[in-house]
Design a protein around this ligand. Structure first.
Ligand code: ADP
Ligand code: GN1
Ligand code: MG
Length: 373
């Protein structure tokens, strides 16, 4: 999808119930799927907003996705006000702004879907985690998110992207991509294909445990990249964002995807594989924060599954980046032609390093769980 220009964005914003007026829009964030703009208000006393174009080629049912977000954010707001007596509930959960139609989205003449949130001022997010405080705070916030959503009626959530973290589904897509070789890139990726083949069975353990009824389905976020946690000016975690993929899932998915991004000393697409190292103190702090909120209601099997999630999630991401590379970059936004391959290589390198550290990571999770009980 082509980026929208300023006039287009202003015209879109005019369809929402905003306070004040439109002053400016700048592209914002580094997401791979949607387009995000920060909207500044022409009145200093009125709030700024975040406008997003939801990629409806990927999210086929945007109204259902918006309903999920509205349901979850209402529930979170209630929890924050009843359990924490928090006066600033609006700072802790995203606030959707209604369109003039009354719905929480606007569909333009081209059929594109837009939504508007209140902008949370003085916040920031981290692509790479550098301090144990950030990790501890992030762990507490994601654990609390799990905790607060544990009593939500899962049946009211739409499954917006079926089988999103199901490795068997991702392997099937991978096999199809290899079969089609649509971009003629297969010869270049023999080493990566072999890497996947060697792990196909082992990576299926979470699905097998789930199918055998040994892991509960919970409300999961499913995109817990660390940069989806907003921090305030004092580096306290303030709000979990990017709620498009909220669906039923396994706790290990959320734990694993967060660890994928926070334990890595380098960005997700680092080209220099030597720069990809494991930050163990940061991981330990995150595990403490997360399990302090959640360990008390997890079985030993579920706790163990968290350590499986630590290697599964970077493996799945690497597999998806590789599949997209083979397909000719049809899913993720890319900044240059080999971007998806570079991402896949970085993720697979991380998987190797995590595999080597498995026993150490397992011990840290189990210790944090004991402390957190
Ligand atoms: P994407 O799916 O593209 O990652 P996000 O919803 O995560 O989109 O938003 C992209 C970035 O925009 C975030 O990393 C964050 O920095 C910023 N952002 C998103 N929502 C808000 C908000 N309500 N207030 C302030 N910043 C926000
Ligand atoms: C995508 O849009 P963004 O960047 O938050 C993807 C996630 C991946 C992530 C990898 C709907 O998320 O699953 O983990 O890229 N989202 C979707 O950075 O596919
Ligand atoms: Mg995001």
């Amino acid at each position: 999808m082509k980026a929208a220009n300023l006039e287009e964005v202003a015209a879109i914003v005019a369809n929402f119930e905003i306070n004040g007026g439109f002053s400016d829009a700048v592209p914002f964030g580094s997401g791979h799927i949607n387009d995000t703009y920060r909207i500044t208000n022409s009145y200093a006393a009125c709030p700024d907003y975040v406008l997003q174009r939801v990629n409806h080629e990927i999210f086929k049912n945007v109204p259902a996705l918006i309903d999920n977000i509205s349901y979850v954010t209402d529930h979170l707001r209630n929890k924050f006000s009843t359990l924490m007596g928090s006066a600033n509930v609006g700072d802790r959960a995203l606030t959707l702004i209604p369109a003039k139609s009354g719905q929480y989205y606007y569909q333009d003449a081209k059929g594109q879907y837009w939504r508007l949130y209140l902008f949370l001022p003085d916040t920031r997010s981290y692509d790479v985690v550098t301090t144990t405080q950030q990790a501890l705070e992030g762990g507490k916030a994601l654990g609390q998110f799990q905790n607060y959503l544990a009593d939500l009626d899962v049946s009211k959530l739409s499954v917006v992207l079926p089988d999103f973290h199901n490795i068997n589904f991702r392997l099937k897509q991978f096999a199809e991509a290899i079969q089609n070789n649509a971009a003629g890139r297969l010869d270049e990726v023999a080493a990566e294909v072999a890497f996947v083949r060697a792990r196909e069975h082992g990576m299926g353990e979470i699905e097998r445990l789930g199918d055998a009824g040994k892991l509960p389905l919970r409300v999961t976020h499913n995109d817990t990249k660390f940069n989806n946690i907003l921090f305030d000016a004092n580096d306290r975690a303030q709000c979990i964002i990017d709620l498009d993929t909220i669906m039923p899932g396994y706790m290990a998915f959320d734990f694993g995807d967060a660890v994928r991004t926070l334990i890595n000393t380098a960005p997700e697409d680092e080209p220099d594989l030597d720069k990809i190292q494991l930050n163990i103190p940061v991981f330990k702090a995150f595990a403490q924060g997360f399990l302090g909120q959640t360990a008390s209601y997890m079985s030993t099997t579920e706790l163990r599954s968290l350590t499986l999630g630590i290697t599964l999630l970077p493996f799945i991401m690497g597999l998806r980046f590789l599949t997209d590379y083979i397909n000719g970059d049809t899913y993720y936004k890319t900044a240059f032609p080999a971007h998806n391959l570079q991402r896949a290589r970085a993720q697979f390198n991380l998987v190797e390093k995590l595999e080597k550290a498995h026993h150490q990571l397992y011990a840290i999770v189990m210790h944090a769980a004991e402390v957190g009980m």
